[in-house]
Design a protein around this ligand. Sequence first.
Ligand code: XUL
Ligand code: MN
Length: 344
Amino acid sequence: MKHHYKFCFGPWNISEGQDPYGPTTRPAQTFDWKLAQLKKLGFDAMMFHDDDAVPDIDSKSESQIRKEAKELKKRLDGEGIVAEMVAPRLWFAPQTIDGAYTSNDKRHRQYAIDRSKRCIDIGKILGTDLIVLWLAREGTYIREAKDGRRSVELLVEAFDAMLAYDKKARLSIEPKPNEPMDHAYLPTIGHALAIAQLTRDPKRVGCLIESAHAILAGIDPADEIDFAMSFGKLWSLHLNDQNGLKYDQDRPFGCTNLRSAFDQVRALERNGYGKNGEYVCFDVHPFRTTKVEHWMAHLDNSRRTFLRLLEKVRSYDEKQAKSLIANRDYQALDQMVIEHLLGK
Ligand code: XUL
Ligand code: MN
């Protein structure tokens, strides 16, 4: 089947199986090994955190960071792999314990902005203008610990500092309602696109939808796609799945709710996602129980499921659906979708 979609994942999607209750279950692998897997599976691009690109970034000078980013760019070019985005990892350092851009400590807020600038430098060298912001610790554990109104101002100040630093950079906010925080300040795409309007250049502030994050917010991921794309603001995508309201599971795409996955692919198709060069990324993790020899299956399977669902979207009987809708026979429409997905 002919299609225009290009696929992507990040090095953290080849996780080693550690969870809060136990150690790793698979051996560490080199970055070169991960790159080789990406090529072997027919993926086109890799997404990076700033410290995936330049490890131990906080201990390095600006010139050292640039030097290492240039070396990485050479390796990627050698393999024919594109860097889709770079994201500042603002949730590991001691300076981000109480939040990054919204920390109550001014010096820590400055650390977050400085580090974001280094992230933009890396993106520039790797050839991407897309900076993804998963705002992990921008929220509260204790509601009264921060002033919500002030936090919105601080977020806008930080985004403005990034937009001013590089006139080409685009910020793609990845909302998630909780985990690690009790409540995050930007829990949904509506929040992301609304705060974009307060920045110095709203045209350069868009979003990234992750299926599981929408599910955690109790929202339909396909509706989030239609909403973001109505504004022309869906610049990246983390497809995966999530079984209800629990920890962020990053399950393979479609593995829990196939029908919702079908609806997501249908929304992407009707909005022409990918036609401006956007990538379909899978933010999925192998299960803790996964054996070394099956390590890449969750990524391969997510891509296979996406392509199988694309066939289902393209062979969906739109005419029949239209006539059932005109007759308000949603019972039959419901069954038609189920039988289409089940196949003959
Ligand atoms: C966290 C998450 C992150 C971002 C990148 O839930 O999805 O991996 O996608 O920082
Ligand atoms: Mn994600």
